[in-house]
Design a protein around this ligand. Structure first.
Ligand SMILES: O=P(O)(O)OC[C@H]1O[C@](O)(CO)[C@@H](O)[C@@H]1O
Length: 654
């Protein structure tokens, strides 16, 4: 914590902000920092917030009391008929097979191959047994039934009372009503034709009527950014017709950086604001910052702004009222983290010249095979059962390597630079879907799979050391790409060996070395990185997460835990406003009355929030926000604070 510097100068921008702040205390959970300009309707957005009770990491109900392999019995009780529920322990974990020829047989037995997609899944280095698979069969059958219900339009997200329809996006005829089917088809068509018109220059940026849009600035966060980021990195051509940039945070410096990088090209930038809810504060802030940059350059934002959001959301209403260039729908029945095949992912991809029909086709093909209720021909089921085996379904696996070590991490290692963001994309898909406090029956389960990874072989020089020899709390997933370079471009950098052979060798070597030290792994191999395989990878993991969620009986489609942090952030900002009001009152005294942190806390009616008030003051002082802090930098208790000016309007109203 940096100490508070004393006697900082007054920021000229600050009084405007102070005027905008209410002088009365409020405990509202609304995040609404006012700003000038015409963005009022979106800025006035309210967050719908829930409180989530906290719980211990390993509740007694899910912590094995001994090194036995007890499955989380309550995690299957709601859906699987009683007679099918096995309460017996999971089979004892065997020592992993080491005989190379037997491993080869196991590889052959379990290899899943799909020639149409160009993908293979190898789960032979996960040590599950036939006995385990037999025991899991009823649960898997139940997961298939739940998935069929979901695809049929059931309320698969009970907490939010919503259908879950991302599989319909690539096969609209599956959608339960003709209206939805038409909506999906029309959206794909309108995305395609809008992108075509922008790329061809038929739709032009107004400041340069003879020119074309050259850049896309995507403003969104979480599921409204991670899919488009992954796909752009994986599939965008070296010289796309429009280059894609992202604002995916409320970090002012990060936003400034993006705008500065655009420079004069701001005038030929298409700003695509993506938010399913249309009320996410980070996205709202990004929009307001970008609109300000447009104003400063004398540009008309509305002629360059595009919204992707639910109908009638704050963002939608803002875009409609301000007459933005275009609006595309996001659906109530598609979750943010499974939205890549909606306009959220398709529009940015199409604008970069990526074949979105190829992506949809890859996903559709993968959906076909992951619907099959047969383990060996269903790669998503293979993944889900492998994850369950590796973690005992709740991160309580007593490790093959070391007893008492919990396995709860999935390390994703794509050996291809263009797939760098796959692990980050999966992080949200897996962790937001599976990281749940309660199961569907209301039992405290604290489920989850932690996902991390960047890319091989780069990670070899970062954390593979720990994977091989350190805490064995993970299983790995290698993503292999067979095609190193486009045909005709390869060369041997030493006799018989190309650069790509090294990458291949690193993958195979790491897989072997981990397994030799009893670290289990899955390998997903694609022929090449193309729209079909990328669409298929997304669909594969969407389905695996859905099936696995059924196996552990959690709702994969809500995210109640995210709300607690949002609510707390709202309360911090509300407290900041009260602190400013208190300081303003004191600064209007004659003489000015510097206040200790405790005095501020008492007057702001937050006597227990002294530490947070210290943080607020420190942050504002560090940002030249017209606060003066006196005292000993090494001792927060000695600090006295006052504002640089008295704002009479704050005292008495305008
Ligand atoms: O698209 P939105 O509504 O702005 O939400 C962004 C992200 O925020 C979350 O709700 C979590 O806060 C994610 O689930 C979602 O992808």
């Amino acid at each position: 914590m940096a100490c508070i510097s004393s006697r900082l100068s007054v920021s000229p921008n600050f009084s405007g902000l102070r005027k905008a702040l209410p002088s009365t205390s409020t405990s509202s959970t609304t995040v609404s920092v006012s700003s000038s300009g015409s963005e009022g309707s979106y800025a006035a957005g309210r967050l719908s917030l829930q409180v989530v009770a906290s719980a211990k990491r390993f509740p007694a109900s899910s912590t094995p009391s001994s090194p036995s392999q007890t499955p989380p019995v309550n995690a299957i009780s709601s859906k699987v008929p009683e007679e099918l529920v096995s309460t017996s322990a999971l089979p004892t974990k065997p020592v992993l097979e080491t005989d190379p020829l037997k491993l080869w047989q196991r590889y052959l037995e379990w290899l899943y191959q799909d020639k149409d997609i160009g993908i293979e899944i190898d789960v032979s280095r996960i040590g599950f047994t036939d006995e385990y698979l037999a025991m899991m069969r009823p649960k898997l059958d139940q997961a298939f039934r739940a998935m069929a219900d979901l695809e049929g339009g059931s309320i698969a997200n009970p907490d939010e009372g919503r259908m879950v329809g991302h599989y319909w996006l690539r096969k609209p005829e599956l959608a339960p009503t003709a209206y939805l089917q038409k909506q999906i088809v029309q959206t794909i068509e309108s995305v395609q034709s809008f992108a075509k018109d922008v790329i061809s220059g038929k739709i032009k940026p107004p400041p340069c009527p003879n020119g074309r849009f050259t850049q896309i600035l995507s403003v969104g966060i979480g599921g409204s950014a991670l899919g488009p980021q992954f796909v752009a990195e994986a599939l965008a051509p070296d010289n796309p017709p429009l280059k894609l940039r992202f604002i995916d945070n409320t970090d002012p410096a990060g936003i400034d950086h993006q705008i500065a990088q655009l420079g004069p090209e701001l005038s030929s930038t298409l700003v695509v604001v993506i938010s399913k809810s249309g009320g996410t504060p980070e996205t709202r802030n990004g929009l307001l910052e970008v609109q300000r940059a447009f104003r400063e350059k004398g540009l008309d934002f509305s002629k360059q702004g595009v919204a992707i959001t639910q109908e009638n959301s704050l963002l939608d209403n803002t875009a409609r009222i301000e007459g933005w260039l275009a609006r595309f729908p996001m659906y109530d029945w598609v979750g943010g983290r499974t939205s890549e095949m909606s306009a959220v992912g398709l529009l940015p991809a199409a604008l970069q010249g990526i074949d979105i029909h190829g992506m949809l086709e890859g996903a559709r093909l993968m959906d076909e095979t992951t619907r099959i209720r047969d383990l060996k021909t269903n790669p998503a089921a293979l993944l889900a059962l492998s994850w369950y085996w590796a973690t005992d379904g709740n991160g309580s696996k007593v490790g093959i390597c070391s007893p008492h070590i919990l396995v709860e991490d999935m390390v994703v290692l794509p050996y291809k630079d263009s797939l760098l963001l796959f692990s980050r994309y999966l992080q949200q898909l897996v962790m937001e879907s599976l990281g749940k406090e309660y199961d569907l029956d209301g039992n405290l389960v604290n489920q989850g799979l932690a996902v991390y990874g960047n890319k091989g072989s780069t990670d070899q020089h970062a954390y593979i050391q720990q994977l091989r020899e350190g805490v064995p709390n993970f299983f790995a997933t290698f993503i292999e790409v067979l095609r190193d370079r486009p045909p005709g471009h390869d060369w041997e950098l030493e006799p018989g060996v190309t650069c790509g052979d090294y990458l291949f060798g690193m993958l195979q070597g790491t897989r072997q070395a981990l397994y030799a030290n009893k670290r289990e792994s899955i390998t997903v191999t694609v022929n090449e990185v193309n729209p079909i395989t990328v669409g298929a990878l997304i669909a594969l993991y969407e389905r695996a997460v859905g099936l696995y969620a059924s196996l552990i009986n959690v709702n994969a489609y809500h995210q109640p835990g995210v709300e607690a942090g949002k609510k707390a952030a709202g309360e911090v900002l509300a407290l900041q406003k009260r602190v400013l009001s208190v300081l303003n009152d004191a600064s209007c005294q004659e003489p000015v009355e510097p206040l200790t942190l405790e005095q501020i806390a008492t007057r702001a009616q937050a006597p227990h929030q002294v530490e947070m008030i210290y943080k607020i003051v420190a942050h504002m002082v560090a940002n030249d926000r017209a606060l003066f802090a006196e005292g000993d930098c090494g001792s927060p208790k000695s600090v006295k604070v006052f504002t640089g000016e008295c704002n009479v309007e704050d005292l008495y109203g305008p």
